[in-house]
Design a protein around this ligand. Structure first.
Ligand code: KIV
Ligand code: NA
Length: 265
């Protein structure tokens, strides 16, 4: 395979080819995702939820991100691997942001980083870009700010927040980010943002007028049951499939059916 690069993503946008992106946090899953031809693998700090069972992404640490990213990178032959900078490792000052960024790049072998926010973190983004590290922005519903928002509902429904989002998107492009994730904003606004900049906008709950889509892998596989936002399309019902498998195994062990003669030495 020809490897996906930050440059090839921008080229995909300019020729109108949509970009596919999924999260992964471990080697086995990442190798399946990569083998299926997905363009971008996001080692998301959503690992705090899916892998560790936290209610928010705030507890995620740099060390844990590096562990997940390292596992993913070992599996990849084609996809671009983007790694989230976790909460608290880039907001306080640009120097700390750069130190965090360098640790992830050096220790995990990931290809790019994602940071949540616009103008507020512009100096950190600049510093990281100056070190030669590609940066993906993330605007709209930014889960590391959940306690500021109060809820996980749609962002930028009001004019003022929509205006700020548009300005932030332009700023991220100007700074040199190679793409932006836009989470849970009205489809019309997302479309306008995507049309106003030349770098790809990758949506989650942001409609079809953007340049690509991302989903959390546990959600799209139907492993999570309680999470039912309108934007989520489930491609499997793995929760049911896995429950059936575990129950069948349990029954076979209890009854003595497993292992049979062919399954022993
Ligand atoms: O951490 C994550 O999974 C993300 C995506 C939802 C974009 O940031
Ligand atoms: Na994230």
């Amino acid at each position: 395979y020809k490897r996906v690069t930050v440059k090839s993503l921008v080229e995909m946008k300019s020729r109108g080819e949509k970009i596919s992106m999924l999260t992964a946090y471990d080697y086995t899953m990442a190798s399946i995702v990569d083998g299926a031809g997905i363009d971008v693998i996001l080692v998301g700090d959503s690992a705090a939820n899916t892998m560790a069972g936290h209610e928010t992404t705030l507890p995620m640490t740099l060390d844990h991100m590096i562990y997940h990213a390292t596992s993913v990178v070992r599996a990849i032959t084609r996809a671009l691997v983007v790694v989230d900078l976790p909460f608290g490792t880039y907001q306080s000052d640009p120097k700390e942001a750069l130190r965090s960024a360098i640790r992830i790049m050096k220790e995990s072998g990931g290809h790019a980083l994602k940071l949540e926010g616009g103008k507020e973190i512009k100096d950190s983004i600049k510093k990281i870009l100056n070190a030669g590290i590609p940066v993906m922005g993330h605007l709209g519903l930014t889960p590391q700010s959940i306690y500021k928002f109060g809820t996980y509902t749609v962002r930028a429904k009001e004019e003022q927040e929509a205006l700020k989002l548009k300005e932030d998107a332009k700023l991220l492009e100007k700074l040199g980010c190679f793409a932006i994730v836009l989470e849970k904003v009205p489809a019309q606004l997302a479309k306008e943002v995507a049309e106003s900049i030349s770098i790809p906008v990758i949506g989650i709950g942001a409609g079809n007028g953007v340049d690509g889509q991302v989903l959390v892998i546990h959600d799209m596989l139907g492993m999570t049951k309680e999470f039912n936002p309108r934007f989520l399309r489930r491609y499997l019902d793995l929760h049911t499939e896995m429950t059936n498998a575990f129950e069948a195994y349990h029954k076979d062990v209890k009854s003595g059916d497993f292992p049979n003669e062919n399954e022993q030495y």
